[in-house]
Design a binder for this molecule. Structure first.
Ligand SMILES: CC(C)(COP(=O)(O)OP(=O)(O)OC[C@H]1O[C@@H](n2cnc3c(N)ncnc32)[C@H](O)[C@@H]1OP(=O)(O)O)[C@@H](O)C(=O)NCCC(=O)NCCS
Length: 342
C-alpha cells in the first residue's frame, strides 16, 4: 500500500470576548501587574461567559477551521478533542461538537491528558491518517478552565484563560505530516497538578478547584520540554536545524526561556503568545499555531515542533511538516557553453 501522509488543510480558534487584564485582577486580589508579568509573562487572558461551556468554545473553533479549509462538517471522518475539565463526565465534548457542527454520525471522542491533550490527540489522529483508516480528521484543543479557579488563591488564579483551537488533517500521497513524536506519563506525580471531582455539575464546592504545586511544575516542565523535543527529533531522524518553529505549551514564559537555554537555542525560535491569553491548557498550542500562521511568521509548509506538559503528569512532543512543499520548479536545461572556434 502506498504510504499515506497528513497535511493540515484548515485551522481555527475561538477566544471569548471578555478580556481580563492584570490591572483588572489587581482590583480583586492581593496581586500586581508587575508581579504577574515578571513571574509568568502574562498581561491579559480571556474569560468565557456562562453560556460558553467547553463544547461551545470547541464547536466555534471547529467551525472557524472548517471555514478556513473551505470544507463542510459532513466532509469529516473523525473528531478528537483534547480537553480535561469538561462540564460532563459523559457525553464527551467531541460528541457535543459533532452535533453542534452538523457532522455525520462519525466517531468522536475526547482525550484527557492535562495540558498535553492536544499533542496526544494530534499524534493519535496522524496514526489513523497514516494507516488509511480515515481521510479527514478534526482535532481540537479546548478548555473552559477559569470556572475551576479558586479565586482566593492568587498564585493559581492569575495564570489561566479560556480558549479553543482546531486543525483539520487530510490524507495526501505527498510527503509531509508527522515525522516523529513522543508521549510520556508519570502517575506517581499525580498530586502535582490536580482537580478533584464534584458530584454537582456547575456547583463547585471547596476543593473542586485546580490545585498545583507551582514550583514543582516549573522544575518538571523546564526539564522535560527539551528532553521531549530531543526524543521526538530522534524518532524522526531529524535535528533542531530541520525545525522552523517550536510551539510550546504556554504555561509560563520563564519555563519557555529555561527550555530554550537548556536546548541551547534562541528564544526567538519559539512561538509565544502567553502575554495575550495566559495558560489555556489544551488550547494553547493550536492557538499559538493559529497566531503564527495568521501573522505569516509560520509558513503553511513549515516544519514545527509542538511540545507540552501537564497534569498526570503527562508530556509529549510532535515534529511535523504542516503541508507538502510545492513541487520544485522544473530545472531549466543547462545552457550550452559556446566553445570559440579556432
Ligand atoms: C505559579 C508561579 C507563577 C509562581 O511563581 P514562583 O516564582 O514559583 O512564585 P512562588 O510560588 O515561589 O511565590 C513567591 C512569592 O510570591 C507570592 N505570590 C504568589 N502569587 C502571587 C500573586 N499572584 N501576586 C503577588 N504575589 C504572589 C507568594 O505568596 C510568595 O510570597 P512569599 O515569598 O512572601 O512567600 C510559577 O511557579 C509557575 O508558573 N509554575 C508553573 C505553572 C503551573 O503550574 N501551571 C499549571 C500546569 S500547566
Amino acid at each position: 500500500m502506498q504510504k499515506r501522509y497528513g497535511k493540515i488543510v484548515g485551522y481555527g480558534v475561538f477566544t471569548p470576548e471578555q478580556v481580563v487584564t492584570n490591572f483588572d485582577l489587581e482590583k480583586q486580589w492581593d496581586t500586581s501587574n508587575d508581579w504577574i508579568v515578571q513571574r509568568s509573562g502574562i498581561h491579559e487572558r480571556r474569560f468565557a461567559s456562562a453560556d460558553e461551556p467547553t463544547h461551545v468554545l470547541a464547536a466555534k473553533a471547529a467551525e472557524s477551521a472548517l471555514e478556513q479549509a473551505g470544507l463542510e462538517a459532513t466532509d469529516l471522518d473523525l473528531i478528537i478533542v483534547g480537553t480535561c475539565l469538561t462540564e460532563y463526565f459523559t457525553p464527551s465534548v467531541a460528541c457535543l461538537v459533532q452535533a453542534a457542527i452538523g457532522a455525520n454520525h462519525i466517531p468522536a471522542y475526547d482525550i484527557s491528558a492535562g495540558c498535553t491533550g492536544f499533542i496526544y490527540s494530534l499524534s493519535t489522529a496522524y496514526q489513523f491518517i497514516e494507516t488509511g483508516a480515515f481521510k479527514r480528521i478534526l482535532v481540537i484543543g479546548a478548555e473552559n478552565i477559569t470556572r475551576f479557579l479558586d479565586k482566593g488563591d492568587r498564585s493559581t488564579a492569575i495564570l489561566f484563560g479560556d480558549a479553543a483551537g482546531a486543525v483539520i488533517i487530510e490524507a495526501t500521497d505527498e510527503p509531509c505530516g508527522l515525522h516523529g513524536f513522543m508521549l510520556g506519563s508519570d502517575g506517581s506525580d499525580q498530586d502535582v497538578i490536580r482537580m478533584n471531582t464534584s458530584s454537582d455539575r456547575g456547583n463547585f464546592d471547596e476543593g473542586h478547584y485546580i490545585l498545583f504545586q507551582g514550583q514543582r511544575v516549573f522544575k518538571f516542565a523546564s526539564r522535560v520540554l527539551g528532553k521531549a523535543c530531543n526524543q521526538a527529533l530522534e524518532h524522526a531522524g531529524l535535528t533542531l536545524d530541520d525545525v522552523d518553529w517550536i510551539i510550546p505549551h504556554q504555561a509560563n514564559v520563564r519555563i519557555i526561556q529555561s527550555a530554550a537555554r537548556d536546548m541551547g537555542i534562541s528564544i526567538d525560535r519559539f512561538m509565544i503568545n502567553i502575554d495575550k491569553y495566559g495558560n489555556t491548557s489544551s488550547a494553547s498550542i493550536p492557538l499559538a499555531l493559529y497566531e503564527g500562521l495568521e501573522s505569516g511568521k509560520i509558513k503553511p509548509t513549515d516544519t514545527v515542533m509542538m511540545v507540552a506538559f501537564g497534569a498526570g503528569l503527562t508530556w509529549g512532543a510532535a515534529v511535523l511538516q504542516l503541508a507538502p512543499k510545492p513541487a520544485e520548479a522544473a530545472l531549466e536545461p543547462k545552457t550550452e557553453i559556446a566553445v570559440p572556434a579556432d
